[in-house]
Structures are given as C-alpha cells and as structure tokens.
Ligand binder design. Sequence first.
Ligand SMILES: C[S@@+](CC[C@H](N)C(=O)[O-])C[C@H]1O[C@@H](n2cnc3c(N)ncnc32)[C@H](O)[C@@H]1O
Length: 239
Amino acid sequence: MTSRTCRASCAAGVSASAPDRGPDHGPDQGPDRPDPWFAWIWQRLAPRLEQRGLADHRAWTVAGLAGRVVEVGCGDGQMFAHYPSTVTEVVAVEPEPRLRARAAQAARHAPVPVTVLPGRAEALPVADGSCDAAVAMLVLCSVEAPRVAARELRRVLRPDGQLRFCEHVRAATPLGQRLQRSLDLAWPHVGGGCHTARPTVTTLAEAGLTPQRLERFAFPSRLPTPTLPHVRGIATPRG
Ligand SMILES: C[S@@+](CC[C@H](N)C(=O)[O-])C[C@H]1O[C@@H](n2cnc3c(N)ncnc32)[C@H](O)[C@@H]1O
C-alpha cells in the first residue's frame, strides 16, 4: 500500500488495499494464507512453549504499551491476554483462517478491545501513522517478504510510536548460519513459511526503524533447535 493510496482510502483508520511493492516482494497475494497443517501444529506447540517461558517473553514484549496497537500475525491470539489496560485498541492481523477464527474467540475474553482482521504484514489494513505501537511476535520469520513487512510496520507507526518485537533470528556463528541456510531449503515448507536464517534486526534497521534495548537469548533454552537464537527489543521510526 503506498502512502498516497492509504491516505485516500483509510478514512476510518482501516483499509484493505494492495501492498507497497518493493525489491523484495512475493507474488500478488490476498489477505488469506490458509495453512491447515501449520494451524494444527501451532495450536499444539504453542501451549508447550508458553510453559517453557514464552508467556514471560510475551508479557515483556507488550509491557507499558498504550493507545492503539497493531499486532501482525497474531496466530490464535495468545498475546491478547498480555496487553496492559493502557492499550485502548488492538488491531490484530492474521492471514491463516483457522488461527484467525481462534483469535476472534480469544478477542472476546481479552482485557482490552481487540479487532481481528484478515491480512498480511506486507499490506497492513491500517492507515499511515495511525498506531502508537506495532507488535511482531514470532512472525517476521514467516512473512513472505520481510523487507516489505518492515516498511509496512514503519508506515503505520506514528512518528513517536514504537515497534515491539520478539523473533528468532540468524545464528551468530558462520557455522550456525550455514546450517540454518541449508535447513531453510526445506523448513519453510513444513513450518508455516518459517525461515531460520533471517537477519531481522538488520531488516528493521534498513526499513527506517532504529532497534533499541536488544536482548538476545536462546529459546527454548534446553532444546538444540535451529530456531534457538532469539532477540527481543524495541524499534522506533527514524526521520
Ligand atoms: C509462529 S506463529 C506466531 C503466532 C503469534 N504471533 C503468536 O505469537 O502466537 C506465526 C504466525 O505468522 C502468521 N503469518 C504467516 N505469514 C504471514 C504474513 N505474511 N503476514 C502476517 N502474518 C503471517 C502465521 O499465520 C502465524 O499465525
């Protein structure tokens, strides 16, 4: 979505037009990305990850937020319970229809108002500069066009807004990176599009978001998985 297109069509702060196509874009796609296999897996895997500490990372990621928030790739809505009461509205975007239906159920019990919409991170259905915060939790590994998604996150934030993110990322060592790159030939096909080797912090910085308060950690800490290196942090719009 270009800024001009959005300004013209986002009168209510919500739109559903086409993505801002850049050098790193996937094929033209609508707001739905059905993946029943991943939806089935995620609903069984996520509760185990919560018990291993994911709930704490969720709470950290949204702590202190206020005002209007857009959450990209909300899955089945596990984040909703963690939003503080200072958040006045969450627009939660999810392309997988089964997970989105579960998220809509979770929204009914959320402590803050949550609207669940179909859509992709590459074409967020919200107007330019209309959000106080954006939240990306374990999702930038899976989007088809991470550079486009990062620019979208930048676009929807107010100048004084902030992105909160918690993502698994590229390994620190050359050997780890080589292993991840090899694995990424197959992993996305069984893992809902998840890539293990993405340099997400760099991608955000290149999109005009300045990463701050970065905390790197291994998760889940006792399992030697290719998605072990994680980073959580804040990124603020530049310029
Ligand atoms: C690992 S799950 C995480 C779900 C949720 N953020 C959470 O923390 O429970 C990844 C999510 O990204 C979603 N996703 C995949 N491609 C996407 C895209 N292009 N835009 C937005 N979300 C996407 C998937 O449907 C899935 O819900």
